[in-house]
Design a protein around this ligand. Sequence first.
Ligand SMILES: NC(=O)c1ccc[n+]([C@@H]2O[C@H](COP(=O)([O-])OP(=O)(O)OC[C@H]3O[C@@H](n4cnc5c(N)ncnc54)[C@H](OP(=O)(O)O)[C@@H]3O)[C@@H](O)[C@H]2O)c1
Length: 301
Amino acid sequence: MNYKRRRLLLAGASLAAAGSGCIPMAVHAQAALLRKKIPSSGEEIPIIGLGTARRYESAGGALRDTLERFGALGATVIDTAPVYGQAEAVVGDLLEQLALRPRLFLATKVSTSGREAGVQQIEQSFRRLRTGKIDLIAVHNLRDTQTQLQTLRELEKQRRIRYVGITTSSDRQYAEFEATMRREALDFIQVDYALDNRGAAERILPLAAERGMAVMINLPFGRGRLFDAVRGKPLPAWAGDFDCRSWPQFFLKYIVSHPAVTCAVPGMARPQYVEDNLGAARGRLPDAAMRLRMERFIDGI
Ligand SMILES: NC(=O)c1ccc[n+]([C@@H]2O[C@H](COP(=O)([O-])OP(=O)(O)OC[C@H]3O[C@@H](n4cnc5c(N)ncnc54)[C@H](OP(=O)(O)O)[C@@H]3O)[C@@H](O)[C@H]2O)c1
């Protein structure tokens, strides 16, 4: 479909959706995945990626099928870390087997103290991920931030990495996290945010927008906590107003519809999770009024 025709269809969808509590983003279920821009470069990435904590600590299970499905559906962003057991090596091996590396956006972290230890850990990530270029490396949980950022900037200059960032998943670190965001020029931040865990929206997400930083969201389901909250409950009928067909899509669409959020990385180790969760990157997204309704809904159960 050419660009003009797509714009016309989107405009039509926009008119049809006016006043219905949703932002029209695409016109049918098999549309390409929605993407958002990384502010520092303008590069667009799909709004749903994949996290590898816990379930990728050792090879096995359905991991190969999961990554195969992920690539086949056009998703690109994979988040890992050197401290997730064997996750980097498992991902590196599988991507090589599946010949997927060139199509993916690989994010990992540096998670140690001291310059030499950081350099060694990063070199190990290149080896384990079986790649000469890592798209994003972030300082994990603000561990020795100044030292590790210096190393990351050198690697960026050498064009071995493309983006630099910081991560946290604990509100106890938010004050230091904000101070680092104000002090440093960062391409990405990664922070915890979920429908029942909205603290990051108070200051961190607005600050990221102000500072032109891309935002990757970790723990989008609160490690599964949100599923326990809605167990046995039917999806509200109004979820259809933003093309939502499951609870995982409900939780993910809430996150990625925040204007400052670039993508979310739900943990997924099963192909059916990939199928379901990538549905959150298609169709309409909730608008501001609908997002409030979603918050009231979850706060009420
Ligand atoms: N500080 C940091 O940098 C930091 C901290 C935490 C996480 N992270 C990143 O964020 C990623 C996400 O966090 P997380 O994996 O711990 O938690 P999460 O994404 O909030 O929850 C993942 C769990 O939700 C369940 N799930 C996923 N999709 C589902 C679906 N469609 N239907 C039903 N259940 C589904 C799975 O549980 P089961 O596997 O039990 O079925 C999965 O393990 C991590 O993998 C990691 O990459 C970064």
